[in-house]
Design a protein around this ligand. Structure first.
Ligand SMILES: Cc1ncc(COP(=O)(O)O)c(C=O)c1O
Length: 404
């Protein structure tokens, strides 16, 4: 006879985890019969442009590396290619020192952003909050909760510099760590270099770690130019050891390789050393063939430029259509649109599927209600991921207009 699990035997912090947005979306759309049109999904932020062939070739050419255990630190080849990329992209110095002491591979930023909280946060500490944006990537919240800390949200809208300025010294004092997301998901907004410098000063004054999720940094509009990054700000301040700073980057969006599960963390040498130790026990080293393919991907920019151009084309076409009925502008980076609706976001999401067979994410699923004013900042917003092919994005935009 099966004996039911006694949930009291499990980690009670698991009970604190919120349902994931896509689980809520499935429940919201369950039972709806979509219109008899070709389905178009703008809901999941999964890139759909083709993966670069030379990366796939590097992967198949190195398959025999599965005959060896990979190291947690990653191969010299991988760390050197990442260091070279960081130096040319964010004006950093000394690629050799970077590769030696400041970089670790992670199996996608999701895994790394979660694991870093388990490594950095001290559950016995009296200051046990983790600052994070709202709306946000829900992994930050789960990571903080499972590390025994309390998430504390700060507003994240189209003015990310002002959002960081609005965090009080008391909130910084209470925090062990802050997650920032620049370019932001879903806003696509980007922090300025001076705002990142100011945050670094705060981290030294109030003793907390900055975790900067920069996984959309390469998906920027050609017209607005490349966003700056946290390590760039540290380096510009003369902090060449990147104290208290960590950045996370990914090949998922930059190189259309979401299934490769490849990214890296870079920054503060002490944090990186401790994270390497944590990861040795966790057993999450990156498989050898993935390391080789990743080294190839970080060493090429041509495919990234092509990728950016494809998103620019989609934004131009879709904005032309949507702006006839929505107040909407092209974000500086990312691949989302985040329009405000005049109607309830969840009802509209249901209606969009039922009448037009288009899937989107209701904004309220991506944010938490602010206890101060009881407002969910995602309320009456819609997140549209422009990942589908251009023709599908155009068709989806026309159908959204119909629905409005
Ligand atoms: C803000 C943000 N951070 C991190 C990730 C994780 O990306 P990956 O694990 O593929 O690098 C995502 C994925 O959608 C994201 O939107």
């Amino acid at each position: 006879m099966a004996v039911p699990y006694n949930t009291g035997m499990m980690n009670s912090e698991l009970q604190l985890l919120q349902p994931y947005p896509f689980e809520r979306l499935r429940a919201l759309l369950d039972g709806i019969t979509p219109a008899d049109l070709n389905p178009i999904s703008l809901s999941v932020g999964e890139p759909k442009h083709p993966a670069p062939q030379f990366v796939l070739d590097a992967l198949t050419d190195s398959l025999r590396l599965v005959e060896k255990y990979p190291t947690t630190r990653g191969s010299d080849e991988l760390r050197s290619s990442i260091a070279a990329w960081l130096c040319q992209r964010f004006a950093l110095n000394n690629p050799d020192a970077l590769a030696a002491n400041h970089i670790l591979p992670v199996n996608g930023t999701r895994e790394g952003l979660f694991a870093i909280a388990q490594c950095v946060l001290d559950r016995g500490n009296s200051t046990s909050t983790v600052l994070m944006p709202n709306p946000f990537y829900q992994i930050y919240e789960g990571a903080a909760l499972l590390a025994g800390c309390t998430p504390r949200f700060y507003t994240a809208d189209e003015n990310p510099d002002a959002n960081l300025d609005a965090i009080s010294d008391q909130e910084f004092d209470d925090a062990q760590m802050i997650y920032i997301c620049t370019p932001g998901n879903p806003s696509g907004a980007v922090n300025s270099l001076s705002s990142l410098k100011k945050l670094i000063e705060k981290s030294h004054q109030h003793d907390f770690v900055i975790v900067s999720d920069e996984c959309y940094s390469e998906i920027y509009r050609k017209q607005t130019g490349a966003p700056c990054g946290l390590l760039q700000a540290a380096s510009a301040m003369g902090l060449d050891q990147y104290d208290r700073c960590l950045v996370f980057h990914s090949l998922s969006k930059r190189s259309n390789l979401p299934g490769l599960r490849s990214g890296f963390v870079a920054g503060d040498a002490t944090l990186i050393k401790n994270f390497a130790n944590y990861r040795t026990y966790h057993g999450c080293s990156m498989p050898g063939p993935i390391q080789s393919a990743s080294a190839a991907a970080w060493s090429d920019e041509q495919h990234v430029t092509q990728n950016r151009n494809a998103y620019d084309e989609k934004y131009a076409a879709v904005l032309d259509i949507l702006s006839t009925k929505l107040t909407i502008s092209t974000p500086p980076a990312g691949f989302y649109l985040w329009p405000e609706l005049a109607v309830d976001d969840q009802t509209f999401t249901q209606q969009l599927l039922q009448e037009q067979n288009v899937r989107a994410v209701p904004g309220s699923f991506l944010a938490r209600t602010d206890p101060k004013d009881q407002i969910n900042p995602g309320q009456n917003r819609l997140r549209l991921a422009l990942v589908a092919p251009l023709e599908d994005c155009i068709q989806a935009a026309n159908r959204i207009i119909q629905c409005l």
